[in-house]
Design a protein around this ligand. Structure first.
Ligand SMILES: CC(C)(COP(=O)(O)OP(=O)(O)OC[C@H]1O[C@@H](n2cnc3c(N)ncnc32)[C@H](O[C@H]2O[C@H](COP(=O)(O)OP(=O)(O)OP(=O)(O)O)[C@@H](O)[C@H]2O)[C@@H]1O)[C@@H](O)C(=O)NCCC(=O)NCCS
Ligand SMILES: Nc1ncnc2[nH]cnc12
Length: 285
């Protein structure tokens, strides 16, 4: 079940337009090497490993054991995409949340992020650092911690910004689940130090993206007429500048997963939305 919910969260993130610069079912945004089919193949390929991470968490696995599963997931992703990195960040962040969801807590449901920080936070901080990754470059050049910092701290920006914005988007969007997801996406882009934005646009690009997201939200987000035109115009602007926030997209999927697992009444709406979406996709719609 946990792997299924995580897979659905990845599809809900993908089939959400316009996420400025990012791939969706409508277009490939700022990417020449990835499209929706590539992401759907990637999500299907890693789904069994997300389930395996949940089982590993339930069995009390330590970080090295989780890392073995994570690296196997990455090999499956690469095989499914022909070597394109679609979901490395999602395998890490969503994978840890799946492992946390597998942890049975006697004291009743805990925040998944708190479980990640408590069980694996120190190991994440002290874990191997890829020598030449975007994240390592971001840390060295800008002092920005990236995906590892968010995970080690229990995903503070997800809980402080993502979840509240998703709930607000559910209210403002008037039953339009895609609008709620986009509202959440913009709230995350306004605050997340996304290393893929840094990689593509440097600090200027990251600050530009955060400023654009903040402007969208300050104007009322998805709660005002004409918001879709505004978001489409921003998407075109990001494509012109070749900007794309893959980390924000991952955090959207992670927020939706947490909403489904922790906040079931509202999360159920998303589950229902994926049922309808999968039926549509299944029928070739
Ligand atoms: C633990 C690692 C994942 C850390 O990897 P890295 O050193 O690269 O660290 P980061 O760059 O900080 O993060 C990795 C990916 O996470 C996403 N991300 C970025 N910023 C943040 C953030 N602030 N918070 C959360 N997540 C963040 C992002 O992933 C997405 O973007 C990638 C696609 O874009 P990319 O190809 O990189 O860039 P493009 O624009 O496409 O460039 P071109 O290729 O076109 O030139 C994709 O991965 C998305 O998911 C970051 O990229 C790593 O060390 C690791 O995997 N460790 C082993 C696994 C493990 O420990 N597993 C344990 C449990 S599963
Ligand atoms: N929809 C998306 N487009 C580009 N990069 C991503 N990384 C995760 N989701 C993505």
């Amino acid at each position: 079940m946990i792997g299924e919910l995580a897979h659905r969260a990845l599809l809900l993130e993908l089939r959400c337009f316009p996420k400025p610069g990012l791939v969706s079912h409508i277009d490939s945004g700022s990417h020449q090497d990835m499209d929706a089919a590539c992401f759907e193949a990637s999500a299907a390929a890693i789904r069994p490993f997300l389930s395996a991470l949940a089982c590993a968490g339930h069995e009390g696995a330590d970080m090295p054991a989780l890392r073995v599963i994570g690296m196997a997931a990455e090999r499956a992703m690469m095989a499914a995409t022909g070597g394109v990195n679609t979901h490395r960040g999602a395998i890490f962040g969503l994978g840890l949340l799946c492992a946390a969801a597998g942890v049975a807590t006697e004291r009743g449901p805990a925040h998944l992020g708190d479980v990640v920080a408590a069980r694996w936070g120190d190991a994440i901080r002290g874990g191997p650092v890829p020598p030449r990754s975007h994240g390592t470059t971001a840390l060295r050049r800008y002092g920005i911690g990236g995906a590892r910092e968010q995970a080690a701290k229990g995903f503070p920006l997800l809980y402080a910004h993502g979840l509240p914005a998703w709930r607000e988007g559910c209210r403002l969007g008037g039953g339009d689940d895609e609008a709620a997801r986009l509202h959440c996406f913009f709230a995350l882009m306004a605050v997340l130090p996304d290393t893929t934005l840094l990689h593509r646009g440097g600090m200027e690009g990251l600050l530009f993206a955060q400023g654009q997201a903040r402007r969208f939200l300050d104007a009322g987000g998805v709660g005002r007429p004409g918001w879709r035109q505004d978001a489409r115009a921003m998407h075109r602007l990001f494509v012109e500048r070749s900007l794309s926030g893959g980390g924000c997209a991952d955090m959207l999927a992670m927020t939706l997963f947490v909403a489904m697992v922790e906040d079931l009444p509202r999360g159920a709406a998303s589950i229902a939305a994926t049922d309808m979406m999968i039926d549509t996709v299944g029928s070739g719609g």
